[in-house]
Design a protein around this ligand. Structure first.
Ligand SMILES: Cc1cc2nc3c(=O)[nH]c(=O)nc-3n(C[C@H](O)[C@H](O)[C@H](O)COP(=O)(O)O)c2cc1C
Length: 427
Protein backbone atom coordinates (compact mmCIF):
# COMPACT_ATOMS: atom_id res chain seq x y z
CA UNK A 1 0.00 0.00 0.00
CA UNK A 2 2.97 2.31 0.53
CA UNK A 3 3.70 3.85 -2.83
CA UNK A 4 7.10 5.47 -2.84
CA UNK A 5 10.44 3.96 -1.94
CA UNK A 6 11.10 6.85 0.42
CA UNK A 7 7.97 6.17 2.44
CA UNK A 8 8.64 2.43 2.60
CA UNK A 9 11.56 3.13 4.99
CA UNK A 10 8.89 3.38 7.67
CA UNK A 11 8.42 -0.37 7.44
CA UNK A 12 12.08 -1.38 7.21
CA UNK A 13 13.08 -3.63 10.11
CA UNK A 14 15.33 -2.17 12.78
CA UNK A 15 17.70 -3.95 15.16
CA UNK A 16 17.71 -2.62 18.71
CA UNK A 17 20.36 -4.76 20.36
CA UNK A 18 19.21 -8.35 19.97
CA UNK A 19 15.60 -7.27 19.30
CA UNK A 20 14.38 -6.73 15.73
CA UNK A 21 11.29 -4.61 15.22
CA UNK A 22 9.30 -4.69 11.96
CA UNK A 23 9.20 -0.96 11.27
CA UNK A 24 10.36 2.48 12.30
CA UNK A 25 7.23 3.98 13.87
CA UNK A 26 7.22 3.48 17.63
CA UNK A 27 4.48 4.25 20.14
CA UNK A 28 6.34 6.22 22.80
CA UNK A 29 5.58 6.41 26.51
CA UNK A 30 2.30 8.04 27.48
CA UNK A 31 1.50 7.54 31.10
CA UNK A 32 -1.97 6.06 31.44
CA UNK A 33 -3.72 6.78 34.79
CA UNK A 34 -5.24 3.32 34.39
CA UNK A 35 -3.68 1.29 37.19
CA UNK A 36 -5.11 0.59 40.61
CA UNK A 37 -4.10 2.93 43.41
CA UNK A 38 -1.57 0.25 44.38
CA UNK A 39 0.01 0.22 40.92
CA UNK A 40 -1.46 -3.00 39.51
CA UNK A 41 -2.18 -3.36 35.79
CA UNK A 42 -5.94 -3.29 35.02
CA UNK A 43 -8.00 -4.67 32.13
CA UNK A 44 -8.47 -1.09 30.96
CA UNK A 45 -4.73 -0.67 30.62
CA UNK A 46 -4.39 -3.93 28.71
CA UNK A 47 -7.21 -2.88 26.36
CA UNK A 48 -5.53 0.49 25.78
CA UNK A 49 -2.39 -1.17 24.44
CA UNK A 50 -4.20 -3.81 22.46
CA UNK A 51 -5.25 -1.18 19.90
CA UNK A 52 -1.62 -0.30 19.16
CA UNK A 53 -0.63 -3.93 18.80
CA UNK A 54 -3.70 -4.65 16.68
CA UNK A 55 -2.68 -1.76 14.42
CA UNK A 56 0.71 -3.36 13.72
CA UNK A 57 2.82 -0.89 15.70
CA UNK A 58 6.40 -2.15 15.56
CA UNK A 59 7.27 -1.33 19.18
CA UNK A 60 5.19 -0.06 22.06
CA UNK A 61 6.94 1.75 24.91
CA UNK A 62 4.64 1.79 27.93
CA UNK A 63 3.97 4.80 30.11
CA UNK A 64 6.34 4.98 33.02
CA UNK A 65 6.30 2.25 35.67
CA UNK A 66 7.65 3.28 39.06
CA UNK A 67 10.46 1.20 40.48
CA UNK A 68 9.68 2.19 44.05
CA UNK A 69 6.54 3.80 45.38
CA UNK A 70 8.30 7.02 46.40
CA UNK A 71 9.05 7.58 42.70
CA UNK A 72 5.43 7.89 41.58
CA UNK A 73 4.57 10.79 39.29
CA UNK A 74 0.82 10.60 40.00
CA UNK A 75 -1.74 8.26 41.54
CA UNK A 76 -2.96 5.25 39.53
CA UNK A 77 0.49 4.85 37.98
CA UNK A 78 1.66 1.26 37.41
CA UNK A 79 4.51 -0.11 39.48
CA UNK A 80 7.17 -2.75 38.93
CA UNK A 81 8.18 -2.64 42.57
CA UNK A 82 6.95 -6.05 43.75
CA UNK A 83 6.78 -9.59 42.41
CA UNK A 84 3.01 -9.59 42.90
CA UNK A 85 2.78 -7.10 40.00
CA UNK A 86 4.33 -9.54 37.51
CA UNK A 87 1.11 -11.43 36.70
CA UNK A 88 -0.69 -8.23 35.61
CA UNK A 89 2.31 -7.06 33.61
CA UNK A 90 2.38 -10.44 31.90
CA UNK A 91 -1.25 -10.05 30.81
CA UNK A 92 -0.31 -6.80 29.12
CA UNK A 93 2.72 -8.32 27.42
CA UNK A 94 0.79 -11.38 26.25
CA UNK A 95 -1.92 -9.40 24.53
CA UNK A 96 0.65 -7.33 22.65
CA UNK A 97 2.58 -10.45 21.64
CA UNK A 98 -0.58 -12.16 20.45
CA UNK A 99 -0.84 -9.42 17.84
CA UNK A 100 2.83 -9.72 16.85
CA UNK A 101 4.12 -6.42 18.28
CA UNK A 102 6.97 -5.89 20.70
CA UNK A 103 6.67 -4.11 24.03
CA UNK A 104 9.20 -2.22 26.14
CA UNK A 105 8.54 -1.12 29.72
CA UNK A 106 9.61 2.39 30.63
CA UNK A 107 10.98 2.59 34.18
CA UNK A 108 11.18 5.88 35.99
CA UNK A 109 11.40 7.77 39.25
CA UNK A 110 9.82 11.21 39.41
CA UNK A 111 12.29 12.73 41.84
CA UNK A 112 11.05 16.30 42.35
CA UNK A 113 8.75 16.16 39.34
CA UNK A 114 5.62 14.93 41.03
CA UNK A 115 2.85 15.86 38.59
CA UNK A 116 0.01 15.22 40.99
CA UNK A 117 0.52 16.90 44.37
CA UNK A 118 -1.38 14.03 46.06
CA UNK A 119 1.28 11.55 44.90
CA UNK A 120 4.09 13.35 46.73
CA UNK A 121 4.84 11.44 49.90
CA UNK A 122 8.47 12.31 50.58
CA UNK A 123 9.90 13.71 47.34
CA UNK A 124 13.65 13.23 46.86
CA UNK A 125 16.14 14.44 44.28
CA UNK A 126 19.85 14.75 43.63
CA UNK A 127 19.77 18.00 45.62
CA UNK A 128 17.15 20.00 47.47
CA UNK A 129 16.26 22.29 44.56
CA UNK A 130 12.60 23.35 44.40
CA UNK A 131 10.79 22.60 41.13
CA UNK A 132 9.35 25.91 40.00
CA UNK A 133 6.63 24.21 37.95
CA UNK A 134 5.22 21.86 40.59
CA UNK A 135 6.38 23.81 43.63
CA UNK A 136 7.76 20.56 45.09
CA UNK A 137 10.79 21.00 47.33
CA UNK A 138 12.58 17.64 47.44
CA UNK A 139 15.15 16.58 49.96
CA UNK A 140 18.60 15.38 48.88
CA UNK A 141 18.96 11.61 48.61
CA UNK A 142 21.47 10.03 50.95
CA UNK A 143 24.09 7.61 49.60
CA UNK A 144 22.19 4.73 51.21
CA UNK A 145 19.00 5.85 49.45
CA UNK A 146 20.86 6.02 46.13
CA UNK A 147 22.12 2.46 46.63
CA UNK A 148 18.67 1.18 47.47
CA UNK A 149 17.17 3.07 44.50
CA UNK A 150 19.74 1.50 42.13
CA UNK A 151 19.01 -1.94 43.51
CA UNK A 152 15.24 -1.33 43.29
CA UNK A 153 15.59 -0.21 39.68
CA UNK A 154 17.49 -3.37 38.76
CA UNK A 155 14.94 -5.58 40.51
CA UNK A 156 12.14 -3.79 38.65
CA UNK A 157 13.95 -4.41 35.34
CA UNK A 158 14.20 -8.10 36.19
CA UNK A 159 10.45 -8.22 36.95
CA UNK A 160 9.78 -6.72 33.52
CA UNK A 161 11.93 -9.38 31.92
CA UNK A 162 10.15 -12.10 33.89
CA UNK A 163 6.79 -10.69 32.76
CA UNK A 164 7.96 -11.17 29.16
CA UNK A 165 8.71 -7.59 28.08
CA UNK A 166 11.02 -7.46 25.07
CA UNK A 167 13.07 -4.59 26.48
CA UNK A 168 13.14 -1.88 29.11
CA UNK A 169 13.68 1.83 28.75
CA UNK A 170 15.37 3.83 31.51
CA UNK A 171 13.77 7.27 31.72
CA UNK A 172 16.65 9.73 32.06
CA UNK A 173 14.99 12.60 30.20
CA UNK A 174 12.47 15.39 30.74
CA UNK A 175 13.67 16.30 34.22
CA UNK A 176 12.84 13.01 35.98
CA UNK A 177 15.11 11.82 38.79
CA UNK A 178 17.95 10.53 36.59
CA UNK A 179 17.79 13.68 34.50
CA UNK A 180 17.95 15.64 37.80
CA UNK A 181 21.21 13.82 38.58
CA UNK A 182 22.68 14.53 35.13
CA UNK A 183 21.88 18.26 35.17
CA UNK A 184 24.17 20.59 37.15
CA UNK A 185 21.26 22.94 37.90
CA UNK A 186 19.41 20.21 39.84
CA UNK A 187 22.50 18.31 41.02
CA UNK A 188 24.55 20.44 43.44
CA UNK A 189 26.10 17.49 45.25
CA UNK A 190 29.79 17.41 46.10
CA UNK A 191 30.05 13.68 46.78
CA UNK A 192 30.54 10.69 44.45
CA UNK A 193 27.25 11.48 42.64
CA UNK A 194 27.67 15.17 41.83
CA UNK A 195 30.11 17.75 40.50
CA UNK A 196 32.03 16.47 37.48
CA UNK A 197 30.54 14.97 34.30
CA UNK A 198 31.56 11.48 35.46
CA UNK A 199 30.07 11.88 38.91
CA UNK A 200 26.72 13.22 37.66
CA UNK A 201 26.57 10.28 35.26
CA UNK A 202 27.53 7.74 37.90
CA UNK A 203 24.03 6.87 39.13
CA UNK A 204 22.89 6.05 35.59
CA UNK A 205 25.91 3.80 35.03
CA UNK A 206 25.36 2.15 38.43
CA UNK A 207 21.81 1.40 37.31
CA UNK A 208 22.95 0.05 33.96
CA UNK A 209 25.42 -2.30 35.60
CA UNK A 210 22.95 -3.42 38.26
CA UNK A 211 20.28 -4.00 35.59
CA UNK A 212 22.72 -5.99 33.45
CA UNK A 213 23.60 -8.24 36.37
CA UNK A 214 19.94 -9.12 36.73
CA UNK A 215 18.74 -9.31 33.10
CA UNK A 216 21.91 -10.56 31.37
CA UNK A 217 23.80 -9.20 28.37
CA UNK A 218 21.20 -9.88 25.68
CA UNK A 219 18.16 -8.09 27.06
CA UNK A 220 17.83 -4.71 25.28
CA UNK A 221 18.08 -1.68 27.54
CA UNK A 222 17.09 1.64 25.99
CA UNK A 223 17.53 5.10 27.51
CA UNK A 224 15.36 8.18 26.99
CA UNK A 225 17.58 11.25 27.09
CA UNK A 226 17.14 14.95 26.52
CA UNK A 227 18.61 16.56 23.41
CA UNK A 228 18.67 19.83 25.39
CA UNK A 229 17.57 20.59 28.94
CA UNK A 230 15.96 23.85 27.78
CA UNK A 231 16.77 25.60 31.05
CA UNK A 232 17.92 29.05 29.95
CA UNK A 233 19.79 31.10 32.58
CA UNK A 234 20.21 27.91 34.62
CA UNK A 235 22.95 25.29 34.43
CA UNK A 236 21.08 22.97 32.11
CA UNK A 237 22.72 20.50 29.74
CA UNK A 238 23.25 21.39 26.11
CA UNK A 239 23.22 19.01 23.18
CA UNK A 240 26.96 18.34 23.00
CA UNK A 241 27.13 17.32 26.67
CA UNK A 242 24.11 15.08 26.24
CA UNK A 243 25.67 13.50 23.15
CA UNK A 244 28.80 12.84 25.25
CA UNK A 245 26.58 11.11 27.83
CA UNK A 246 24.99 9.00 25.08
CA UNK A 247 28.43 7.93 23.86
CA UNK A 248 29.30 6.64 27.30
CA UNK A 249 25.94 4.85 27.48
CA UNK A 250 26.67 3.25 24.11
CA UNK A 251 30.03 2.02 25.41
CA UNK A 252 28.16 0.49 28.36
CA UNK A 253 25.86 -1.53 26.15
CA UNK A 254 22.73 0.64 25.81
CA UNK A 255 20.80 -0.63 22.78
CA UNK A 256 19.19 2.64 21.61
CA UNK A 257 18.50 6.19 22.75
CA UNK A 258 15.27 8.13 22.36
CA UNK A 259 15.70 11.87 22.18
CA UNK A 260 13.34 14.29 23.90
CA UNK A 261 13.75 17.76 25.44
CA UNK A 262 13.18 19.83 28.59
CA UNK A 263 12.31 19.56 32.26
CA UNK A 264 8.93 20.50 33.79
CA UNK A 265 10.61 23.72 34.82
CA UNK A 266 11.43 24.57 31.19
CA UNK A 267 7.81 25.38 30.36
CA UNK A 268 6.40 23.25 27.55
CA UNK A 269 9.14 22.50 24.98
CA UNK A 270 8.50 18.77 25.51
CA UNK A 271 4.99 19.06 24.09
CA UNK A 272 5.12 21.85 21.49
CA UNK A 273 1.55 22.62 20.44
CA UNK A 274 -1.38 24.85 21.29
CA UNK A 275 -1.91 25.48 24.99
CA UNK A 276 -5.37 27.08 25.30
CA UNK A 277 -7.26 23.85 25.93
CA UNK A 278 -4.34 22.36 27.88
CA UNK A 279 -4.30 25.10 30.52
CA UNK A 280 -8.09 25.28 30.73
CA UNK A 281 -8.31 21.51 31.22
CA UNK A 282 -5.45 21.38 33.72
CA UNK A 283 -7.17 23.93 35.94
CA UNK A 284 -10.78 22.80 35.57
CA UNK A 285 -10.52 19.05 35.27
CA UNK A 286 -6.88 18.10 35.86
CA UNK A 287 -4.41 18.12 38.72
CA UNK A 288 -4.66 21.93 38.79
CA UNK A 289 -7.64 21.39 41.08
CA UNK A 290 -5.21 20.03 43.67
CA UNK A 291 -2.86 23.03 43.49
CA UNK A 292 -2.75 25.38 46.48
CA UNK A 293 -5.54 27.99 46.24
CA UNK A 294 -3.15 30.87 45.62
CA UNK A 295 -1.46 29.05 42.71
CA UNK A 296 -4.84 28.14 41.21
CA UNK A 297 -6.03 31.73 41.42
CA UNK A 298 -2.81 33.10 39.91
CA UNK A 299 -2.99 30.59 37.05
CA UNK A 300 -6.65 31.30 36.38
CA UNK A 301 -6.05 35.03 36.23
CA UNK A 302 -3.09 34.70 33.90
CA UNK A 303 -4.41 31.74 31.89
CA UNK A 304 -4.96 33.51 28.58
CA UNK A 305 -1.62 35.33 28.77
CA UNK A 306 0.14 32.10 29.73
CA UNK A 307 -1.49 30.32 26.79
CA UNK A 308 -0.57 33.10 24.35
CA UNK A 309 3.08 33.14 25.49
CA UNK A 310 3.31 29.34 25.39
CA UNK A 311 1.76 29.19 21.93
CA UNK A 312 4.36 31.65 20.75
CA UNK A 313 7.36 30.03 22.48
CA UNK A 314 6.47 26.39 21.75
CA UNK A 315 4.39 26.12 18.56
CA UNK A 316 3.77 22.69 17.11
CA UNK A 317 6.18 21.49 14.42
CA UNK A 318 6.61 17.97 13.10
CA UNK A 319 9.86 16.50 14.37
CA UNK A 320 10.64 19.35 16.74
CA UNK A 321 13.51 17.37 18.33
CA UNK A 322 15.19 16.39 15.06
CA UNK A 323 17.76 19.18 15.37
CA UNK A 324 19.03 17.36 18.46
CA UNK A 325 18.51 13.79 17.26
CA UNK A 326 20.67 14.32 14.18
CA UNK A 327 23.62 15.28 16.39
CA UNK A 328 23.25 12.03 18.35
CA UNK A 329 22.95 10.16 15.08
CA UNK A 330 26.30 11.54 13.86
CA UNK A 331 28.05 10.47 17.07
CA UNK A 332 26.53 7.04 17.73
CA UNK A 333 26.33 3.61 16.13
CA UNK A 334 23.27 2.47 18.10
CA UNK A 335 19.80 3.45 16.83
CA UNK A 336 18.59 6.96 17.59
CA UNK A 337 14.84 7.36 18.04
CA UNK A 338 13.38 10.84 17.76
CA UNK A 339 10.16 11.86 19.52
CA UNK A 340 8.31 15.13 19.10
CA UNK A 341 5.42 16.38 17.03
CA UNK A 342 5.20 13.66 14.39
CA UNK A 343 1.85 12.87 12.81
CA UNK A 344 2.27 12.69 9.02
CA UNK A 345 4.05 9.96 7.12
CA UNK A 346 5.93 12.41 4.90
CA UNK A 347 7.74 14.05 7.83
CA UNK A 348 8.40 10.67 9.45
CA UNK A 349 9.84 9.15 6.26
CA UNK A 350 11.98 12.22 5.58
CA UNK A 351 13.42 12.16 9.10
CA UNK A 352 14.60 8.60 8.54
CA UNK A 353 15.61 8.68 4.90
CA UNK A 354 17.61 11.88 5.43
CA UNK A 355 19.57 10.07 8.17
CA UNK A 356 18.50 12.38 11.01
CA UNK A 357 17.32 9.42 13.06
CA UNK A 358 16.71 5.67 12.73
CA UNK A 359 13.14 5.60 14.01
CA UNK A 360 10.51 8.05 15.15
CA UNK A 361 8.29 7.74 18.18
CA UNK A 362 4.89 9.25 18.77
CA UNK A 363 2.77 10.14 21.78
CA UNK A 364 -0.11 12.54 21.11
CA UNK A 365 -0.83 11.69 17.47
CA UNK A 366 -1.15 8.05 18.54
CA UNK A 367 -3.47 8.90 21.41
CA UNK A 368 -5.67 10.62 18.82
CA UNK A 369 -5.27 7.70 16.43
CA UNK A 370 -4.15 4.40 18.00
CA UNK A 371 -4.40 2.84 14.54
CA UNK A 372 -2.03 5.37 12.99
CA UNK A 373 0.42 2.71 11.80
CA UNK A 374 -2.30 0.75 10.05
CA UNK A 375 -3.60 3.95 8.48
CA UNK A 376 -0.15 4.88 7.22
CA UNK A 377 0.40 1.44 5.80
CA UNK A 378 -2.90 1.65 3.93
CA UNK A 379 -2.58 5.32 3.01
CA UNK A 380 -5.76 6.07 4.90
CA UNK A 381 -6.46 9.03 7.14
CA UNK A 382 -7.50 8.58 10.75
CA UNK A 383 -8.33 11.16 13.42
CA UNK A 384 -5.72 13.90 13.23
CA UNK A 385 -4.15 15.20 16.45
CA UNK A 386 -4.53 18.95 17.06
CA UNK A 387 -1.66 18.94 19.59
CA UNK A 388 -3.89 20.57 22.22
CA UNK A 389 -2.30 18.31 24.92
CA UNK A 390 -5.59 17.95 26.81
CA UNK A 391 -4.54 14.27 27.08
CA UNK A 392 -1.61 15.37 29.22
CA UNK A 393 -3.67 17.82 31.24
CA UNK A 394 -5.74 14.90 32.57
CA UNK A 395 -2.83 12.86 33.90
CA UNK A 396 -3.64 11.68 37.39
CA UNK A 397 -7.33 12.48 37.13
CA UNK A 398 -8.67 10.57 34.10
CA UNK A 399 -7.57 7.61 32.02
CA UNK A 400 -5.43 8.74 29.10
CA UNK A 401 -7.51 9.50 26.03
CA UNK A 402 -8.04 12.15 23.40
CA UNK A 403 -10.09 14.98 24.90
CA UNK A 404 -10.24 17.27 21.90
CA UNK A 405 -14.00 17.53 21.22
CA UNK A 406 -13.87 16.96 17.45
CA UNK A 407 -10.94 14.54 17.29
CA UNK A 408 -12.19 12.39 20.15
CA UNK A 409 -15.58 11.94 18.46
CA UNK A 410 -13.84 10.75 15.27
CA UNK A 411 -11.65 8.48 17.39
CA UNK A 412 -14.57 6.61 18.93
CA UNK A 413 -16.06 5.84 15.51
CA UNK A 414 -12.71 4.88 14.01
CA UNK A 415 -11.85 2.44 16.83
CA UNK A 416 -15.16 0.65 16.47
CA UNK A 417 -14.42 0.24 12.75
CA UNK A 418 -10.77 -0.80 13.04
CA UNK A 419 -11.09 -3.28 15.90
CA UNK A 420 -12.75 -5.78 13.66
CA UNK A 421 -10.10 -5.67 10.90
CA UNK A 422 -7.24 -8.19 10.55
CA UNK A 423 -3.85 -7.47 12.10
CA UNK A 424 -1.00 -6.47 9.77
CA UNK A 425 2.01 -6.25 12.02
CA UNK A 426 4.27 -8.60 10.23
CA UNK A 427 2.64 -8.73 6.82
C1 LIG B 1 -0.54 12.03 27.84
C2 LIG B 1 0.96 12.01 27.82
C3 LIG B 1 1.64 11.21 28.73
C4 LIG B 1 3.04 11.14 28.70
N1 LIG B 1 3.68 10.28 29.55
C5 LIG B 1 5.03 10.10 29.43
C6 LIG B 1 5.70 9.08 30.16
O1 LIG B 1 5.11 8.30 30.91
N2 LIG B 1 7.04 8.97 29.98
C7 LIG B 1 7.73 9.77 29.12
O2 LIG B 1 8.94 9.61 28.96
N3 LIG B 1 7.12 10.74 28.42
C8 LIG B 1 5.79 10.90 28.52
N4 LIG B 1 5.16 11.83 27.75
C9 LIG B 1 5.95 12.59 26.77
C10 LIG B 1 5.95 11.85 25.44
O3 LIG B 1 6.56 10.58 25.55
C11 LIG B 1 6.66 12.66 24.34
O4 LIG B 1 8.01 12.79 24.69
C12 LIG B 1 6.04 14.03 24.09
O5 LIG B 1 4.63 13.99 24.23
C13 LIG B 1 6.37 14.53 22.68
O6 LIG B 1 5.87 13.62 21.72
P1 LIG B 1 4.56 13.93 20.81
O7 LIG B 1 4.78 15.26 20.17
O8 LIG B 1 4.50 12.80 19.84
O9 LIG B 1 3.39 13.99 21.74
C14 LIG B 1 3.76 11.93 27.77
C15 LIG B 1 3.07 12.74 26.88
C16 LIG B 1 1.69 12.78 26.88
C17 LIG B 1 0.99 13.64 25.87
Amino acid sequence: MIETEKESVLFDPLNIGKMTIPGRIIKTATTETMSTEDGFVTDELVAFYEHYADAGTALIITGNFYTQRSGRVYNKMPGADHDDKIAGMKQLVDIVHQHGSKICAQLSHAGRQVFQPAAAEDPVSASAVTDKFSGVKPREMSIDEIRSFVDGFARAAERCQRAGFDAIQIHAAQGYLLSQFLTPYTNRRRDAYGGSFEKRLRILLDILHAVRERVGEDFPVLVKLNGDDALPLRKGLKTQELVAIARVLEEHGVAAVEISVGHYESGFPTICGNFNLFLKTLLNDGVGREYPRFKQLAMRLSQSILAAISNWLWPHREGFNLKYAEQFKRALKIPVICVGGFSGQKAMAEAISSGQCDAISIARAMIADPYLVRHIRRRETGPKCEFCSACLAHIGTRAVNCFHPKVSAERVLMIAREKSLPNECTS
